[in-house]
Design a protein around this ligand. Structure first.
Ligand SMILES: [Fe+2]
Length: 246
């Protein structure tokens, strides 16, 4: 056994997230979704984000008609309060906000209103049900593009209905939605099939944005496990990530 031990690869050093610089998927505005419960929790997480190398976060509260009925007004009010608290606490991180839009009937019907919270180059972060695959995904991507948005599908690797057919990822990308990956999928937080899908997407250079999708401190603790994974190093070296353009 000692013989095989000689060939065991040395563990990789933790990947350096300062090259990502900007996180574009998280839930730091307190009390408006399933993320931070209070300002203290938000500040604790933002302090840790700074320690990890991030210098800007674009936080993305859920907007879903059956759950978190957030509006641009609610989110912007929360952002203003959070920015003030961050400044008072002396944390040197820029905080901005957009939203994570849940693909439901109301979302689809309201795309033409052009009232969506976006970031960067008119990027719109959207997600869908993990349980039931909507049958009009292509239509909704087309509608977003028609209205001038650049859609980014949140945590593309986490949808179980695509785990047996990775060719769908290529189809989605060809239809014009960019793809975002959660760091903790690489850590195995969401299970083996999700980790495998994440690795496939990285191997095929399909990921444009990397997100923490941080809701609580536990997510940032788990993230440490992802940093030593070969796929994490590969993704950061791919030159494909657009986070630092934000
Ligand atoms: Fe999220």
């Amino acid at each position: 056994m000692a013989f095989f031990g000689l060939f065991k690869k040395a563990p990789l050093p933790p990947a350096d997230l300062s090259v990502v610089r900007v996180d574009m998927h998280s839930h730091f505005i307190p009390g408006i979704d399933d993320g931070a419960k209070n300002t203290g929790e938000s500040l604790e997480m933002l302090e840790e984000m700074y320690e990890l190398g991030y210098r800007k976060v674009i936080t993305t509260p859920h907007i879903m008609s059956d759950g978190y009925k957030n509006t641009p007004e609610i989110i912007n009010k929360g952002l203003e309060k959070l920015r003030k608290a961050v400044k008072e606490a002396g944390i040197n991180i820029e905080v901005d906000a957009a939203a994570e839009y849940y693909f439901d009937y109301d979302f689809e019907k309201s795309i033409a209103k052009k009232d969506k919270l976006t970031f960067g180059n008119n990027y719109l972060l959207w997600e869908m049900s993990f349980m039931n695959k909507p049958d009009n995904i292509n239509q909704v991507i087309f509608e977003m593009l028609t209205q001038g948005y650049k859609p980014i599908l949140a945590h593309v690797e986490r949808y179980p209905f695509w785990h047996n057919d990775y060719s769908v990822y290529e189809d989605l990308a060809s239809r014009g939605t960019l793809l975002q990956l959660n760091i903790n999928s690489i850590a195995g937080q969401y299970g083996g099939p999700t980790k495998k899908a994440a690795e496939w997407l990285i191997d095929h250079d399909m990921i444009s944005f990397l997100g923490t999708d941080c809701h609580h401190m536990g997510h940032l603790e788990t993230l440490q496990k992802a940093l030593i994974e070969p796929s994490m190093h590969k993704l950061l070296a791919s030159g494909k990530l657009l986070n630092n353009t934000l």
